[in-house]
Design a protein around this ligand. Structure first.
Ligand SMILES: N[C@@H](CCC(=O)N[C@@H](CS)C(=O)NCC(=O)O)C(=O)O
Length: 214
């Protein structure tokens, strides 16, 4: 059975595992409690960030790479178009943009606003990261004007990647999304697999329940 270490971006992995019907267990990782106290996890990921998975002899980090691994190793799956499918390029683009162009830049803002000394919380880099997020979000909006999902007419792992990033921006920096993105999130999160993944993520569930924008 696959072990998934940590919530946070591990949600992408749990959601995909639920969509694919693959059995897994969640091993909690308490980042705030001091990762140096969790030697068992550090033996899995010595860099100390989440998520990570263990699948037999395979140990992996990076949420998008883990999703690609699961789709390749445990597929074929309807959540990843084949390389010769016309939507494959746009699928691949948004699968990666969800982290590289959206959630990643938001991480910079969150870390600065929450963890940096007060005098450094409104620095140049925060504005830069927000500009990056906004410009990539424009590409998502443009795509959603054409198709209901980011890679065309069908839900895919790219929607898991992008939905996570949009919700992350809403939940952490209170980013106000437009109507098209809100409709999109309503569509993707109505899936039963999303709800099942959330039920396996008690810390995320409690955090979201306490927010004005779930
Ligand atoms: N690009 C990585 C980002 C991972 C990441 O930033 N994880 C956060 C929690 S969601 C974390 O562990 N932060 C603590 C750290 O990086 O040391 C991914 O997509 O998995």
């Amino acid at each position: 059975m696959i072990t998934l270490y940590g919530e946070g971006r591990g949600f992408r992995v749990a959601w995909l595992l639920e969509e694919m019907g693959l059995p897994y267990r969640v091993r909690q990782v308490d980042l705030l409690g001091g990762i140096e106290n969790d030697q068992e996890f550090l033996a899995i990921n010595p860099a100390g960030f989440i998520p990570a998975i263990v699948d037999g002899d395979t140990v992996m980090v990076e949420s998008i790479a883990i999703m690609e691994y699961l789709l390749a190793r445990h597929g074929p799956s309807p959540f990843a178009p084949a390389p010769d499918d016309p939507v494959f390029p746009v699928y691949q683009q948004f699968l990666h943009m969800g982290e590289a162009g959206l959630a990643g830049p938001v991480n910079t803002i969150v870390a600065t606003k929450i963890l940096a000394p007060e005098a450094e919380q409104e620095n140049w880099t925060v504005g830069w990261a927000l500009d990056i997020f906004r410009s990539r979000l424009g590409l998502v909006t443009r795509q959603l004007a054409k198709t209901p999902y980011v890679a065309g007419g069908n839900f895919s792992a790219a929607d898991i990647s992008v939905t996570y990033a949009l919700q992350f921006a809403q939940r952490t920096i209170g980013f106000a999304l437009g109507a098209a993105e809100l409709d999109y999130i309503a569509r993707t999160t109505a899936r039963a697999a999303y709800g099942r993944a959330m039920d396996n993520f008690p810390a995320t569930k409690a955090w979201v329940a306490g927010l004005s924008t779930p």
